[in-house]
Design a protein around this ligand. Structure first.
Ligand SMILES: Cc1cc2nc3c(=O)[nH]c(=O)nc-3n(C[C@H](O)[C@H](O)[C@H](O)COP(=O)(O)OP(=O)(O)OC[C@H]3O[C@@H](n4cnc5c(N)ncnc54)[C@H](O)[C@@H]3O)c2cc1C
Length: 291
């Protein structure tokens, strides 16, 4: 399959990207890892007049530990996340999550910016980033703005990105102290997108009681969601089996799953409970060692 004809731009500076987006706006698409964009081009689902390739913009590829946040440049690949010492220490949830995305070839190319902007309802990385309370930084020639990821992803393949904006950075401001986490996904075959995925972050006090919990699921609605009801059950408990079972029940009650030709909504709802339960139990197990 051959993509439609387009003008190709490969600027080396972010300022050039912003200038081009300001000029071309809705006629242009930004290219990151290309793992989602290229199939859409080849299938002619989208036919932009111009592609702005970000690969030469080296200032967009980094993992940094800033004073108040861990920062991931938009062009940081899944593989770089997997190998990052900073993320191993401060956000192991992300490291665990990228290991179940696609296969090594995909992970060498797919980027954090592309994954978030693709807004796939079954996106693993967006789900983990929701549990980490991530924020996105969007830039245009007009200036920059920051917003919670939960507001940025609007619906299936739809974000709050304006036509002249590019996502430059994802920021995570979570305390790593006394925190444990887990990401689990159920897929039909190894390397597939999740049928349902569950990301869990738990924070513990000195008595090994859960101080704070964040639970996000994907594959259960039009976009990955952060669920308050199951998290609320866990706060103040030691995450005993009864609390976990109630959290799992609440998770399956809170979601609005859809059916597709391969998986029914009922099955997704059942899997929401199963994966929530297993992911909390796995994060609790981590607390026995780490807290
Ligand atoms: C075979 C296969 C298996 C996969 N398996 C999984 C899986 O198991 N789990 C999973 O979560 N994902 C999976 N993916 C998706 C993969 O993670 C994608 O690569 C990712 O979702 C998109 O990242 P990308 O860097 O390739 O973005 P691209 O494909 O380059 O771009 C995606 C979209 O985001 C826009 N965009 C990209 N970067 C920016 C930016 N900085 N600012 C503004 N807009 C931007 C593009 O214009 C485009 O609309 C799979 C993909 C394939 C091909």
């Amino acid at each position: 399959m051959i993509p439609p004809v387009f003008d190709y731009h490969a600027p080396a500076e972010l300022s050039e990207v912003l200038h081009l987006l300001g000029q071309l706006g809705g006629e242009a698409r930004v290219l990151a890892g290309g793992q989602s964009l290229l199939p859409l081009l080849k299938l002619r689902v989208i036919q932009p007049q111009a592609i702005i390739d970000l690969h030469k913009v080296r200032e967009l590829a980094y993992v940094r530990q800033a004073p108040e946040a861990v920062q991931l440049g938009a062009m940081t690949t899944d593989r770089e996340i997997e190998r990052s010492r900073i993320l191993h220490d401060l956000c192991p949830l992300l490291v665990e999550t990228v290991q179940v995305i696609g296969d090594p070839h995909i992970r060498n190319l797919a980027t954090v910016g592309g994954s978030v902007c693709q807004a796939d309802p079954q996106g693993d990385l967006s789900t983990a980033l929701l549990a980490l309370n991530a924020r996105v930084v969007l830039q245009s020639a007009r200036g920059s703005r920051t917003m919670p990821l939960s507001e940025f992803i609007v619906g299936p393949l739809t974000t709050a990105l304006q036509e002249d904006e590019v996502l430059t950075r994802v920021e995570i401001r979570v305390a790593a102290d006394r925190a444990t986490s887990a990401y689990l996904k159920m897929a039909r075959r190894a390397g597939d997108f999740a049928v349902v995925g569950a990301a869990v972050m738990l924070w513990w006090d000195e008595q090994k009681r859960c101080k704070e919990a964040r639970i996000a699921l994907c594959g259960v609605g039009p976009k990955p969601v952060l669920l308050e009801a199951p998290a609320a059950v866990l706060r103040g408990t030691r995450c005993e089996d009864a609390a976990i079972a109630e959290a799992a029940r609440r998770a399956s009650a809170a979601v609005e799953p859809y059916s597709d030709p391969t998986v029914s909504a009922e099955y997704r709802r059942a899997m929401a409970a199963v994966l929530t339960k297993r992911a909390i139990a796995k994060a609790r197990q981590g607390a026995e060692v780490a807290v």
